[in-house]
Structures are given as structure tokens and as C-alpha cells.
Design a protein around this ligand. Structure first.
Ligand code: HEM
Length: 150
């Protein structure tokens, strides 16, 4: 069977999502999350990252940093029009946060976080979303005990 015939067959097939919904492969592709869905998760993790670092809980800060990085990468993949901007941000503003965590340097961390948040909002403006100004919430996230563990 040639490739175009296989493609046609796959396009006509449906796949159960385990919740009584059968979807075509195109429908599965279309519902992959964009930045409108991923960014609030990025905000929630960045909140945790900030307070983990502030408490000098470096293993937790590194965990939050890595999980947030994966969310950025997912957004760059599902929305190619934002790929270049996200890559630039990860290189220039997000990598210094990792460096500070590796150095276990609180002062360096707080400065890198301030720069990362300022730059995030500058990107929102560049993306014509200047009405989105993210800020670190004034309290630590209530669902995690961020006290460093011995
Ligand atoms: C730590 C860094 C960042 C944080 C914490 C953050 C946070 C957020 C949050 C919370 C929203 C959703 C606001 C809402 O639903 O009310 C949002 C939206 C958005 N952000 Fe970010 N952001 C960050 C970095 C970036 C970067 C680097 C870019 C682009 C290069 C970007 C592009 C966008 C866009 C395009 C939207 C609107 C999405 C849509 O509604 O389609 N953000 N951001």
C-alpha cells in the first residue's frame, strides 16, 4: 500500500480517548494546548520556583525550574509562531536562574528572578499582550512546604 493511501486511511480512522469520545487524528492534533492554556501553568510553577529559591530549598527550586522549562518547550512546539521568542527568553533570561540555583546563591537568584519576570512582561508587550502583567504573588504557594529538607 502506498503512503498516500495509508495517510488517507489514518485520517478516516478514529481513536477512543477513554472517555466515550472517538477522535480523528486531526482532532487530536488541534486540541493540543496553546499558550493560553500553558502560560497559567508556567505562572503557577514560577511562583513555586520563586519561593523555593527564596527559602534556599535548591533541590525544589531546580525541580520547578526544569518543569517550567518543559512547559515553555511544549508551548514553543505547539505554537511555532512563538518558538523564536521563547528560545530567546530561555537563553537570555531563564538560563541565569538555573545558574543561580546551581551556585546556591540567594542574591544571584533573586536578581535573576527579577530580570526573568521583567523580561516575561516585556515579551507579553512584544506579543501585543501588554495587558498581561505577571507578578510574583505576595505569599508563598499554600500547597507546598518549601522548608529545605535535611
Ligand atoms: C516566567 C515567565 C512567564 C510567566 C510567569 C508568564 C505568565 C503568563 C500568564 C499567567 C499568562 C496568562 C494570563 C491569563 O490567563 O490571564 C500569560 C499569557 C501569555 N504569555 Fe506569558 N509568561 C511568561 C513568559 C512569556 C514569554 C517568554 C512569552 C513569549 C515569548 C510569553 C507569551 C505569552 C502569550 C503570547 C500569552 C497569551 C496567550 C494567549 O492567551 O493566547 N510569556 N503569560
Amino acid at each position: 500500500m502506498d503512503e498516500s493511501k495509508i495517510k488517507q486511511l489514518v485520517e478516516e480512522m478514529t481513536f477512543p480517548n477513554g472517555k466515550n469520545r472517538d477522535m480523528t487524528i486531526d482532532e487530536v492534533a488541534v486540541i493540543q494546548p496553546g499558550l493560553g492554556r500553558i502560560m497559567p501553568e508556567i505562572g503557577a510553577r514560577t511562583w513555586k520556583l520563586y519561593y523555593a529559591g527564596k527559602a534556599e530549598n535548591w533541590p525544589n527550586a531546580m525541580y520547578q525550574w526544569k518543569e517550567t522549562t518543559k512547559l515553555f518547550e511544549l508551548g514553543a512546539y505547539t505554537r511555532p509562531k512563538h518558538e523564536d521568542g521563547i528560545e530567546e527568553y530561555l537563553r537570555d533570561d531563564w538560563a541565569p536562574v538555573k545558574k543561580a540555583i546551581e551556585n546556591e546563591n540567594l542574591d544571584e537568584f533573586m536578581k535573576a528572578m527579577e530580570q526573568a519576570v521583567d523580561s516575561a512582561n516585556a515579551w507579553h508587550e512584544k506579543k501585543e499582550k501588554g495587558y498581561i502583567r505577571w507578578k510574583v504573588p505576595s505569599e508563598a504557594p499554600p500547597d507546598l512546604d518549601l522548608t529545605p529538607r535535611k
